[in-house]
Design a protein around this ligand. Sequence first.
Ligand code: PLP
Length: 372
Amino acid sequence: MIYYFDNAATTPLTSTVISAMTEVMADNYGNPSSIHRLGRQANKTLRECRQTIAELLKVKERSIIFTSGGTEGNNTAIQGYALANQDKGKHLITTSIEHHSVLKTMSYLEERFGFEVTYLSPQNGQITAQEVKQALREDTILVSMMAANNETGDLLPIQEVGQVLKEHRAAFHVDAVQLVGKALVEPEELGIDFLSASAHKFHGPKGVGFLYANSLHFDPLLHGGDQEDQRRASTENLISIVGMCQALKDTYSHLESNSKHITKLHDSFLESLEGDNYYLNKSKQSLPHVINIGFPACQNSILLTRLDLAGFAISTGSACTAGTVEPSHVLEAYYGKNAKELSESIRISFSEQNTVDEVHLLVKEIKKIIGG
Ligand code: PLP
């Protein structure tokens, strides 16, 4: 028996998603660009998926580009926009707590193309729109900020940054991989130009996502066929796109009840730990589905290994290489290099599939390990 508490890393497919994908696998195998009947059928399904996702996000169909996931969405928006617009300026702004698919794209642009990047760090535990405002320059062409952090669940001030950028020509990219499926996101309303999402974070398949892109010009990452309105070449991954569309429809129809349930899991986890020695790594506003928590009594690598042996799937949130936990760049941004929090903290992340009983079992096991 596995108790799965690593939903910020990825989520399991639901049965409705599996059925929708299986149906396409069996019968709808045409290439959406082929003109014969099977091709037209596949193309119709593709159009329906694009329409559904566009309606859920309240945007135009043409602004939804299917991708291979969050990493591709982030690379396309940042690299594609920066390279296509470098004649207007070579300054970019982001934060030091972004996912590596943003941070490494930024350093690629710095090292290979001479861009200058300002990395905003948390001040008193928060990154604010005021910091963005102060960092803006005449040659700033893009601001890239995540909607919610994958390690802490912290929400970033996307709405306020959208307001600030109304007065500046810089484009706004939001990595919304951890927010889509947890709360309503309306890019147009928020003044967002590019928004990346990934299906496997909301019970869809891995290796598929979408990028919302308004009418701003950017260079595609993949060159080749004319798919996705010439903005992303390659035959569309229809099976996964259908799975993603089903998963998004399902989460949107349960957003409120899921959020209530997950808040209950979050609260009962913390209530059961009352009296134990722990601290939370989070800012004032964060999503309830992630708890980043430190236990001074136990090193995180030992705690995770012992929890794994007891059947609990949990992670630190930072990358693991060859089974070793790497220090988290996010916690480093909050506490500084070599801070004790880096080796004491773990990330527990819930989905609506978790139950309160599972949470109690998890707390019992943690208490056993830390000696509480
Ligand atoms: N951005 C954030 C905030 C993430 O949490 C992740 C995945 O963990 C990604 C981007 C990358 O998404 P994908 O795995 O679909 O490439």
